[in-house]
Design a protein around this ligand. Structure first.
Ligand SMILES: NC(=O)C1=CN([C@@H]2O[C@H](COP(=O)(O)OP(=O)(O)OC[C@H]3O[C@@H](n4cnc5c(N)ncnc54)[C@H](OP(=O)(O)O)[C@@H]3O)[C@@H](O)[C@H]2O)C=CC1
Ligand SMILES: C[C@H]1O[C@H](OP(=O)(O)OP(=O)(O)OC[C@H]2O[C@@H](n3cnc4c(=O)[nH]c(N)nc43)[C@H](O)[C@@H]2O)[C@@H](O)[C@@H](O)C1=O
Length: 320
């Protein structure tokens, strides 16, 4: 832990995954803060799974600070059906990026994990020290193990080389730039799209996967980006730190809130052949709160902003 240390605004900051949900929000946040030397590359230009390509990138751009928001990411069904890809791609991306950062002299780096690293039945709200105290949720265990390896790599690099790398564990995220794929995305964008389509076709029912009883916490992505910049400026410890809002809702309540925002008042139908996943995932965010950061966007406002973005960007949307 250290006292506030501002990111020098003239730092060369490499945002890996800068066109994704999280990376694009970080880019907006850093730009707003006056950081003008931001760099990012799409996976078509630099495939971060390839070690030689990553080394060449670091050799050429020589970043001062790295934010690693590049990963293979997906919802419950994508994770459950492609575990080998989720494990391998994420291990390769993070091993390459973190190793190159250390070897090419990057002093500050932020690695993004996920709340799915914690045991399926962790005590709620989930404290950071519950990591590796129980079995993982089977629908995303491969992805979780890759993320746990990333946390360990951050800790090992700190211990061996004295670098100031940190890990943040966000809860479930959503916002502008999300993936709205009907099958591969996370629940919130999937339901915005499904309920919007039901409204447009005057459908009387919408199908929700699972029982609707699992509880999830949703953090608006621009709040996350603000928290990550805050952490780079206020946090320098090996332990991962949770980032969330401290409030959760059932999937049924989420669907009802989305239906209100979209303006559709049909009936929800629950498809119990689809997995529920972990029964509850609410992060304990007291460490982050004590440092002085709190989320500010309510779920109603966040969903409205996300739906507005969806309406304006349907033509260029990912994950069709
Ligand atoms: N979304 C969520 O609910 C949560 C996300 N997180 C974490 O946040 C981080 C970002 O997630 P999110 O923004 O949602 O994911 P997205 O899928 O929106 O973005 C992922 C980004 O990673 C890039 N990427 C993927 N594979 C490669 C590759 N092989 N080479 C180069 N770039 C690659 C993509 O680039 P391109 O578009 O060019 O292919 C894309 O920009 C991840 O680490 C994730 O685990 C944590 C908790 C919850
Ligand atoms: C961020 C996090 O994301 C994933 O874990 P998850 O929290 O289970 O996320 P999810 O958003 O996919 O589902 C949340 C809940 O919602 C239900 N649900 C209903 N209807 C739809 C639906 O239409 N799509 C989806 N995806 N889920 C639906 C679904 O059945 C489940 O009960 C992991 O990949 C994990 O790796 C990870 O990090």
């Amino acid at each position: 832990m250290r006292q506030r240390e501002e990111i020098p605004r003239d730092s060369l900051i490499y945002v890996a995954g800068h066109q994704g949900l999280v990376g694009s929000a970080i880019w907006r946040r850093l730009s707003d803060a006056g950081c003008e030397r931001l760099v990012g590359f799409s996976s078509r230009d630099v495939d971060l799974r390839e070690r030689s390509a990553v080394d060449q990138l670091f050799r050429e751009i020589k970043p001062d600070i790295v934010i690693d928001a590049a990963a293979r990411v997906g919802g419950i069904l994508a994770n459950a059906s492609e575990p080998a890809d989720f494990l391998e791609d994420n291990l390769r991306i993070q091993v390459n990026v973190l190793s190159a950062a250390q070897r090419f002299g990057v002093q500050r780096l932020l690695f993004l994990g996920s709340s799915c690293i914690y045991p399926k039945f962790a005590a709620q709200p989930i404290r950071e020290d519950s990591l590796m105290t129980g079995a993982l949720e089977p629908t995303n265990d491969a992805y979780a193990v890759a993320k746990i390896a990333g946390i360990m790599q951050v800790q090992a690099l700190r211990r061996q080389y004295g670098v100031r790398y940190i890990s943040a564990m966000p809860t479930n995220l959503y916002g502008p730039g999300d993936n709205f794929s009907p099958t591969k995305s996370h629940v919130l964008p999937a339901l915005i799209r499904r309920i919007h389509e039901a409204k447009n076709t005057n459908a009387e029912t919408v199908t929700i996967w699972g029982t609707g009883t699992p509880r999830r916490e949703f953090l608006f992505v621009d709040d996350l980006a603000d928290a990550l910049v805050f952490l780079l400026e206020h946090y320098d410890s090996p332990e991962p730190i949770n980032v969330g809002v401290g409030i959760d809702v059932t999937i049924r309540e989420l669907a009802e809130t989305i239906a209100d925002v979209v303006g559709w008042n049909g009936n929800l139908v629950f498809d119990e052949t689809k997995p529920d996943g972990t029964p509850r995932k609410l992060l304990d965010v007291s460490r982050l709160n004590e440092l002085g950061w709190r989320a500010s966007t309510s779920i109603q406002v966040g969903i409205k902003l996300t739906y507005d973005w969806f309406l304006s960007n349907q033509s260029k949307m990912r994950g069709k």
